[in-house]
Design a protein around this ligand. Structure first.
Ligand code: HEM
Length: 442
């Protein structure tokens, strides 16, 4: 795609003048006419949806910051004031709070799409790695933002998560104090969290620009997962506009409807009631839980009995995503042609949801009726913990064992020679046998 030649011809005098000085209109026009594989399905609309989510968070966040006061004495009351006295304040706050959830819904689907179609494999490693960085920054931003209303869950969530850093040997303690701005979570903590929460979305924005740059250098993957050779461009590619602007636009409308249902009809459904109680360092809530989108990682943290081990596992579960392109040994990208891997992928999705569910349970709950409890070295291992550890083991095995081994052992289905073939043959009839991709790996 990088070789895509500009077809833009400046028409008016102003356009000609600008084109020789700052060819920004040419840039936009070239972007819109980019040749794009014609078989992209609705899973490919989440990139555009994510861009919308980021913009929504930035715009609503800036307005909220005009009224929010980052001071422990006033933060909670300033948020209540936004809800009651600021014009449209309740809608803006609910859009921002639910927007975070919608952002994570979209990013998880976007990542699973990439995983399923092998979009992280050569030559798209950089698109994926920058994506992982965006994901990590999103988690950090959401965590910082959750502290700002200074409710009970804000305070105790910050207490639990920052405490984890203290578990790191030698440097843990000084880093913890540096991060909090003092020995305890207090005004200094709230101030720096506010400052960073304002900053990070713009860092994410910068990363999105790099993400798209890498995308247009390597070229978009597609559900078949094969490279479209230059001589097939005329048949297999369509210009991005109007084909995908319309498709993305339609998906965005559906997404906005879902978003609006949450904002207008159940704005607090995804939140936690405890956060409507002002922060009190002297009263620990009975059940400290993060927002739903962090629960799988929280479960992994708690799966390991040792605190430092838990921290390593939790960061490791995100870190492993960065090296994913080198763990997958398969020559075939799309799981459409990898039935064995597809089964493991479905289990992975179920395990991810299971981890989320486990992360939301009380640490000492006996929540799975009929499931046995075991007595192990670290004491009573109840049924919930039993499941959490099983799911955590599968999570890591998926990346470190299943991906490398299945890629070497499986026999993929024959891959079509072109992306048009599965459509024109009226089904999934194939011509070419494996090896899967005409493109070289690595
Ligand atoms: C603010 C967050 C993000 C935005 C705005 C964004 C935007 C986009 C856009 C517009 C595309 C092209 C359209 C599409 O394929 O959907 C894309 C593709 C892609 N994104 Fe993202 N993205 C984000 C986060 C991520 C994350 C967290 C990952 C993975 C960890 C990721 C991995 C990818 C990959 C691998 C592709 C190429 C897909 C393909 O060609 O098959 N993105 N992204």
């Amino acid at each position: 795609m990088s070789e895509h030649e500009s077809t833009y011809v400046p028409k008016t005098g102003i356009e000609k003048w600008l084109d020789t000085r700052l060819p920004i209109v040419r840039f936009g026009a070239d972007y819109l006419s980019l040749p794009t594989p014609k078989n992209l399905n609705y899973w490919y609309t989440f990139g555009a949806i994510l861009a919308l989510c980021l913009m929504t968070q930035i715009v609503t966040g800036i307005v909220l910051a005009m009224h929010y006061v980052p001071n422990t004495e006033m933060a909670f009351a300033s948020v209540e004031r936004i809800m009651r006295d600021v014009n449209g304040g309740d809608i803006i706050r609910y859009t921002h709070a639910n927007g975070a959830s919608m952002f994570f819904v979209a990013v998880y689907l976007h990542m699973l799409r990439g995983l399923y179609y092998g979009s992280y494999k050569a030559p798209r490693e950089m698109i994926w790695i920058i994506g992982c960085l965006i994901f990590f920054l999103m988690i950090a931003t959401a965590f910082l933002g959750y502290v700002l209303p200074w409710g009970q869950m804000s305070f105790w969530g910050a207490e639990v998560i920052t405490n984890l850093i203290g578990a790191v040997p030698v440097i843990g303690e000084p880093v913890l104090i540096w991060l909090r701005g003092g020995p305890a979570i207090d005004n200094a903590t709230l101030n720096r969290f506010f400052s960073l929460h304002y900053l990070l979305p713009f860092v994410i924005l910068g990363c999105v620009v790099l993400h798209l740059w890498a995308l247009h250098t390597a070229g978009q993957n597609n559900p078949v997962g094969i490279l479209i050779p230059k001589e097939r461009h005329a048949k297999d590619m369509v210009p991005f506009h109007p084909y995908y602007t319309v498709k993305d636009g339609f998906a965005i409308i559906l997404f906005i409807i879902l978003f609006a249902i949450f904002v207008f009809f159940m704005p607090t459904a995804l939140g936690h009631a405890e956060n409507y109680i002002p922060a009190n360092p002297l009263v620990t809530p009975s059940h400290i839980v993060p927002e739903w989108y962090m629960l799988p990682f929280y479960a992994i943290l708690r799966a390991i009995p040792d605190k430092f081990g838990g921290v390593v596992a939790m960061f490791g579960s995100i870190g492993v995503l960065f090296i994913l392109p080198w763990l997958d040994t398969s020559k075939v990208r799309s799981m459409r042609y990898r039935p064995t891997m597809r089964t493991f992928f479905v289990i992975f999705v179920v395990v991810g949801i299971g981890l989320g569910w486990c992360g939301g349970q009380l640490p000492d709950a006996q929540v799975v009726p009929g499931m046995p409890s075991f007595t192990l070295i670290d004491g009573e291992l109840n049924s919930y913990l039993w499941l959490t550890r099983l799911f955590t083991a599968y999570y890591f095995a998926f990346f470190f064992l299943i991906m490398p081994l299945v890629g070497l052992k499986e026999t993929p289905k024959p891959i079509p020679a072109t992306i048009s073939e599965p459509v024109l043959s009226g089904g999934y009839a194939m011509t070419a046998a494996a090896p899967a991709s005409p493109e070289k790996k690595g």
